[in-house]
Design a protein around this ligand. Structure first.
Ligand code: HMG
Ligand code: MG
Length: 337
């Protein structure tokens, strides 16, 4: 039943780690990605080509991309690795790596769209991973300036160039985030759903393949999630083009996930161990934990293709490795049971 299939996007290696003050060794980041790849997750956000002055923790994204191309992780399902790029400077830094490994990645046109249950390939020669670029807009002017140092209109003009270059040069899939869609740390709850729909429509018209709606602050509630999705539907944005990116700061992420599922959304972001926070969203905690998301989906009879026990082990390992508490509820419960 394809309606019971959900796609989970693992953002732990990027959103989960970007805010860590202590530099996390490259080897730890690579091991995290490799371990996640074994759990059945198909899409992993692996890094971010942003200014190292703004987000120092993501400074070794070139090395991460290079390693993933040279040594594609073994995985039971075909993999897509996603990298943030806010401007052409960031995209070109990614392209520099791609130019050195031109035949090491699958482009959108060479991958099959059904990513759910393809046969596992020989562990000796993992298939080429697909790559995706992610741009990130904001729903409020203040957040746009704090996060991107420019207003929304300027950011959209930059994303148009990034999307075009990503498509024309390497036929890459492009995801486009819109942050603070359900609340802004600077402008409060006063985020206009119609404005979100307008930005989403603009990004889709530029060629973005998916809109990821970010509840950056975790301020979203069930009724406001419903209201936002109704706004997008009314504007003609299709459910299959939307992913939900819930942070769990107020503990509402799974409730909001249920609302979005009911609305017909089938792509959800999550972060192993509930790692994370946004450097430009004071006090925001991590995304909803992958462990909690997988458990929740399974109890609803949804098919994630992800092995819960395996992802619980990864969450236990990485939170110990970087010395953080495990923010997943399900992970420690499963381990203690
Ligand atoms: P700016 O200072 O306005 O950039 O920053 P600029 O174009 O004026 O350039 C200034 C310097 O930065 C130059 O270097 C550029 O080369 C360099 P200099 O000549 O001074 O030596 N530069 C870059 N270096 C590396 N990579 C680049 C790059 N661009 C310029 N891509 C900029 C503008 C967008 C770069 C900056 O604001 C930035 O990096 N922002 C990123 C902030 C960020 O990463 N936030 C977290 C990710 S978003 C998020 O977490 C939300 C999300 O999870 C969804 C949700 O939860 O809602 C996605
Ligand atoms: Mg986020």
């Amino acid at each position: 039943n394809s309606n019971a299939r959900v796609k989970l996007v693992e953002v732990g290696p990027r959103d989960g780690l970007q805010n860590e003050k202590k530099a996390i060794p490259l080897a730890t980041k690579l091991e995290l990605i490799e371990r996640l790849a074994k759990t059945g997750l198909t899409t992993i956000e692996a890094g971010s080509f942003v200014s190292p002055k703004w987000v120092p923790q993501m400074d070794n994204s070139s090395e991460i991309l290079q390693h993933l191309l040279q040594h594609p992780p073994a995985s039971p399902r075909p993999l897509t690795f996603s990298f943030l790029a806010p401007n052409l400077k960031g995209l070109n830094n990614a392209f520099t790596v791609l130019a050195q490994h031109p035949d090491s990645f699958a482009t959108e046109s060479t991958t099959t769209t059904s990513s759910t249950s393809s046969p596992s390939s020989s562990p000796a020669s993992p298939p080429k991973p697909a790559l995706e670029v992610a741009v990130f807009a904001a729903a409020t002017e203040t957040f746009s300036r704090k996060n991107l140092n420019c207003d929304i209109a300027t950011s959209l003009a930059r994303f148009r160039e990034v999307i075009q270059a990503a498509k024309e040069t390497h036929s890459l899939r492009v995801r486009a985030y819109i942050s603070v869609v359900l609340g802004c740390p600077f402008e409060g709850f006063d985020v206009d759903g119609h404005r979100v729909a307008e930005i989403a429509t603009a990004l889709l018209e530029m060629g973005a393949d998916e809109i990821a709606l970010g509840d950056t602050t975790g301020m979203g509630t069930a009724p406001r999630t419903k209201e936002l999705l109704n706004c997008l539907s009314a504007a003609g944005v299709r459910n299959e083009d939307i992913a939900m990116h819930f942070h769990d700061t107020y503990g509402q992420a799974l409730v909001n996930t249920a609302v979005a599922l009911e609305h017909g959304i089938r792509t959800f972001d999550c972060s192993v161990g509930g790692l994370g926070g946004c450097p430009y969203s004071p006090g925001a905690t991590g995304n909803v934990a992958t462990e909690d998301m997988v458990y929740f989906m399974e109890t609803l009879g949804m098919d994630t293709g992800v092995d819960l026990d395996a992802v619980v082990d990864v969450g236990d390992w990485i939170t110990r490795e970087i010395g953080k508490g495990n923010a997943s509820a399900v992970g420690p419960a499963v381990l203690g049971a």
